[in-house]
Design a protein around this ligand. Structure first.
Ligand code: FES
Length: 86
């Protein structure tokens, strides 16, 4: 596997209080094979919370895609879609 898929979880105050806190345990919901193919990091603010039309917090960036109202299941689905795995 060449390049890992980047998964950036916003840990900014707004995203954190809007549900981002639960995303900190995201890795526990992923199989080891998937964890191997991604790179999870945090960001102090993805600059989405202040943009009209970006959707609602919390935000997570997967590759080039921004996921709004991110929940564990939404993020897990989006990661699987990007990686083309079931
Ligand atoms: S605090 Fe999360 S995008 Fe700004």
């Amino acid at each position: 596997m060449s390049k890992k898929l980047s998964v950036t979880i916003c840990t900014g105050t707004l995203c954190y209080v809007m549900g981002g806190a639960e995303l900190q345990v995201l890795e526990e919901y992923l199989s080891p094979e998937i964890v191997d193919q991604i790179e999870i990091s945090g960001s102090p603010c993805l600059d989405c919370c202040n943009q009209d039309g970006a959707g609602k917090a919390p935000f997570v960036k997967i590759g080039d895609k921004i996921i709004s109202e991110a929940s564990i299941s939404k993020v897990v689905d989006a990661i699987k879609e990007e990686l083309n795995v079931e």
